[in-house]
Design a protein around this ligand. Structure first.
Ligand code: ADP
Length: 163
């Protein structure tokens, strides 16, 4: 079965930055489970089903990637999968403090799972799902930052919201 890793996040929606990290992880690990987890701090624009389908479409034809949702603790989800690692992306220094805290807390909860940080290509180093949503909501061009089908979904969503 090989060495498995979990790539957790909110993915609201998946961006080219997430996909960049996913491809880098596939160079190291044999199987990646993309885990859409709960995020008490952020209200999501897209439903869980929409997020799953956008990720699945983005990784269509790529083997060794699966997509799931989970509730509760990330380390429990990782344990259920027998995963050796948690993948997180590091963009600017601003990510560091939060990620450092989460990684050490997860280690405290389960010392058998390592958090591995990967850096994206520079062109995505400022990219967040939030900025895509803000710019997209005002009609700005975000087409080079997200997959085509995600761009379509985003436009649909904002058109619907405008009613
Ligand atoms: P969360 O709310 O858990 O941070 P996100 O979906 O925003 O969920 O991000 C999931 C992971 O992907 C995080 O580790 C985040 O740092 C990483 N990530 C998001 N966007 C990028 C990007 N542009 N480049 C690199 N990593 C990214």
């Amino acid at each position: 079965m090989g060495v498995k890793a979990i790539y957790p996040g909110t993915f609201d929606p998946i961006t080219n930055g997430h996909i960049d990290i996913l491809f880098r992880s596939l160079r190291i690990f044999d199987h990646i489970v993309v885990g859409i987890g709960p995020n008490p701090k952020k209200a999501a624009l897209f439903s869980l089903e929409e997020r799953i389908s956008m990720i699945q479409e983005s990784v269509k034809g790529i083997s060794h990637v699966s997509v799931e949702t989970f509730d509760g603790l990330l380390v429990d989800f990782a344990k259920r999968h027998n995963a050796k690692a948690i993948i997180r992306g590091l963009r600017a220094m601003s990510d560091f403090e939060y990620e450092f805290q989460m990684a050490l807390m997860n280690r405290k909860l389960d010392n058998n799972i390592e958090t591995v940080f990967l850096m994206p290509s520079e062109e995505y180093s400022y990219l967040t799902s939030s900025i895509v949503k803000v710019v997209g909501s005002f009609g700005g061009d975000v087409s080079s930052l997200i997959p085509k089908h995600v761009h379509y979904m985003l436009k649909e969503k904002f058109n619907k919201n405008r009613g």
